[in-house]
Every structure is written in C-alpha cells, then in structure tokens.
Design a protein around this ligand. Sequence first.
Ligand code: F6P
Length: 546
Amino acid sequence: MATLEPLTKRKAWKALQAHYEHVRALHLRTLFADAPQRGERMTAEAAGIFLDYSKNRITDETVKLLIQLAEESGLRSRIDAMFGGEKINVTENRAVLHVALRAPEGASILVDGENVVPQVHAVLDRMADFSKRIGTGDWKGHTGKRIRNVVNIGIGGSDLGPVMAYEALKHYSDRALTFRFVSNVDGTDFAEAVRDLDPSETLFIVSSKTFTTLETMTNAHSARAWSLAGMGGDERSIARHFVAVSTNAAEVAKFGIDTANMFGFWDWVGGRYSMDSAIGLSTMVAVGAENFRAMLDGFRQIDEHFRATPFARNLPVLMGLLGVWYSDFFGAGTVAVLPYEQYLKRFPAYLQQLTMESNGKHVTLDGAEVTYATSPIYWGEPGTNGQHSFYQLIHQGTRLIPCDFIGFANPLNPLPRHHDMLMANVFAQAEALAFGKTPEQVKAEGTPEWLVPHRVFEGNRPSNTILADRLTPEVLGKLVALYEHAVFTQGVIWQIDSFDQWGVELGKVLAQRIIPELESAAEPEPGHDSSTNSLIRRYRKLKKAR
Ligand code: F6P
C-alpha cells in the first residue's frame, strides 16, 4: 500500500474544513428553497435500493470535496485490494473476503494462490442438503423423532447475524420449526430458550469461528448436559442433536461434535461479516436454500455496484462519506438507524457490531494515534415505536443526530391502512427533522407567546431515506452489503484497520483471572485495584448468603 499523507493533511480534508465553516450556517430550508430539484437530484439508486440523501446538510460542493477525499485516500485501490484477496487486515495478517461468500460459482478469488470460491460453494451445498433434511424430517433426533426446534448458540457475529436474519426473514421461514438464539453467558438466556423444548426434538447449532469463546463454550456445555439428560445420558445422541459451525475443526472435535457434522468457514471471514457464511446455517434452515441463495445474490449485486460504480453514484460510498462529514466536521457522536419494518427489529443491534467493532479504533494502520473522530455510536429502534420514546431528543434536543430511515413500498402483512400510515410517518419524520417549524408558524397557530419556544422545531436535522420495494431475502442481502461497504469506505478514509477487534481482548483476559477468584472455596487474595478487590469480596459474601 502506497504511503498516504495523514488524513488531516490531505488537500480535500483542508478544503472540507474551510467549507464546513460555510455550510454549518446553512439551513435545509434555504438549501431546498434555492434548488427546487434538490430532492430529485440528490438521490442515487442501485439494484432496486433508492437512497435520498437530499436532506443532509450538504451542497454540491460538499459532495465533490468528500469524493475528492475518498480519491485522495486511495479508496479505489483499497476496494480492489479487498476484492483481490490482499491481506488488508494488517494486524491479523488476513485477507478480508466476505465478498467471496457471495461470489457466483465459477468466479475466481485467490487467497495465497488458491481459488476459494469452489470451497464456498461446497459448504453452501452441504448446508443446503442439511437444511433440506431438517425441513423434510429426514434428519431425525436420537429417538427417531423429527427435529422441531433449532437453537443457535453463538455470540457477537456468530449470533447477531443469525438472529437478525431470522427475525428479518421470519415471513419466509418454516413455521413448523421453532428457532431460538442463545448468546449471553447469563444462564437465564439458555434456561429461557429451552424451558419449553423437548430435547428429543431439539437440534443445537454451536456457532463459533474460534470455538473457544467463553460464553459460547459455556452455553454449549450446558446444552450438552441438558440434551444428554433428556436422552438418558446416551452419548451417541450428541451426533444427532449437535452440529457445529466453525473454522476450528480441532476444537470442535475436542468438544465432542463429529467433524462430519461441522460446517466450515475461513479466517478471511470476520465474525461480524459472517452471516452469509456457514454461520448463516440457522437462517438457511429457517428459510430454505433458495431464499438463502437469493439473499447472497442481493449481497453480490451491491458488491458489484460498490466495486464498479463511480463514487458520485455509489450508495455505500455516499453513505460512508456522509458519516465522515457528520462525525469529523459536525462532531456528531451518534447515528440513529430507524427501520420502518417490524421484521428489521434487530437490524440496529446487528449494525452496532458491524460498525463499531469495525471502526471503533484510535490508531491508524501504522499505529499512529488518530487526531480525528472515528466511528460514531450506532443505535436505533423500529419506527414508529421510537417516535414515542427518543425522537423528542432528535427533534428538539441539543445534539445533532443524523438518521437513516429505512422503508419499503410494500408490506409483508398487508392490513387495511397500516402500511400507508407507517410510511406516512417515515416521510413526515424526515420532513419535520429537516424543515422544522419556525416561531412565526407557531405564533400563527395562535400559540401563546410563552409557549412558543417550546413548540418551535429548529429543523436542519439531517437524514437519509432508504427505500426498497419490499423486504425479501434478496433485499436484506442488499441492505447489509450497503452498510458493510459504507463501513469499509469510512475505515479507508480514517486509515484504520476495520477488520480487527483487539479492544475486546483485555476484558476477556481479566475475566479469566477473576473467575477463579469468584469460584474458589478459599478466600482469595485478589490483587486488583481497591474497587475491584472490594467488589469481589462483597460479591463472595453476598453469594454465600444464597
Ligand atoms: O469478542 C468479539 C468477537 O471476537 C467477535 O468479533 C466475534 O464475532 C465474537 O467474538 C464471537 O467469536 P466466535 O465466533 O469466535 O465465537
């Protein structure tokens, strides 16, 4: 990779700084009044996904400068490096090839000289065969009963993708099967997930890239005990009730799962980028191989768009750059993701890992401290629920919160009037945020003088609106790929490694040290700080009282 100038020294960055001083004073009311076509012009469309970015605090010059920044940051060559299998995850010396997971059969993507696409399709075919056998009842439990319950055990990328996709695609799922997702090491998660299930009809999918993650292994052991207890302790039952998804065959075997019942993936698939790998096995069991492949096709369409489309019409690039604009120039600390689609209720949680584990970094690729903000905090809830809780702050609070509204033209559960009402709210919220309500308008309504400030909406609060036809597996793939590549774009601008996650390590190590201090019968001598020591002692004392 050619050495780049530090971000803040780049020409476009400096130009954006000067430009920001001008734009910050502009109101969206003026921007729209001065350019009547703005709402039609500042839009882009790809593969049936429509992005209206006109309600952002930008001018044509802003877009031009942001694109210049992307070019000066080498975005084009970084995209090519990712698709070309280069080891762009430098701190782990790994390629980053989630795009290979959706490459069509016959494509060639080389990692260390080997084409990985045939392996991807071989696993997909095995997954399809397995899913079919569960669906038809051909795969039976140990006692000969068919599988009626599927429990995915995993955490982080091995949970959030599967649970988000299951919820998102529930409409297409096999309703004869019950799906549960266990992630938390809090025993309640497991206990509640299985309390009404019959072990002889329950299949566990233990999903873990490393197969060493504390939470997942603890839950998997409890599942093993629960399942065995229901099967009279017959160890042979494990083979019918446990399958694994992992890159680590040795650990899978050590746990006692036959590697014939293992679905593999590869170290070039990051956990938070793995929902379309074998980690999506529960998704495929739920919706079938055809729908899963349609989802992959959706991903692939946006991959192609990202790779080949000029930045000015490139949806993920535009979204990524707008995120940089708000984080680094306006100082916005968060982004709200607001899907107006109940099936996407876990989408914001999924995006939290995708965005924040990827771009929550404080040093550049070469280890220098960054001097600018990196990932904002992502959060959100489906509309219209959020409108009745936190939208107040977005409309009238003191912070600038860029919003992504996501809506669909057609509902999956058409009930009279519901969908038009839902979508009216999408459009109304974005309109209210952008244009607000002036004191003059409030007064003209006959509002008493003292109440006017309370009822004024400043407006000038930015948002994107993303519109698609309806939530299908294909569209879900497109939406996820859109955010994946927006995150990539930002990581390139910020010159960080978007594919490692060293920040999760320290807590894990300290927990390993503390576990024996909580479990030991003899009073330990905890060698921590005074706060941690005293919390440990108090916990032990209270625990004795149980
Ligand atoms: O702790 C963070 C993390 O490593 C994530 O990146 C990952 O998705 C999650 O843990 C689960 O890891 P695994 O799939 O190896 O169990």
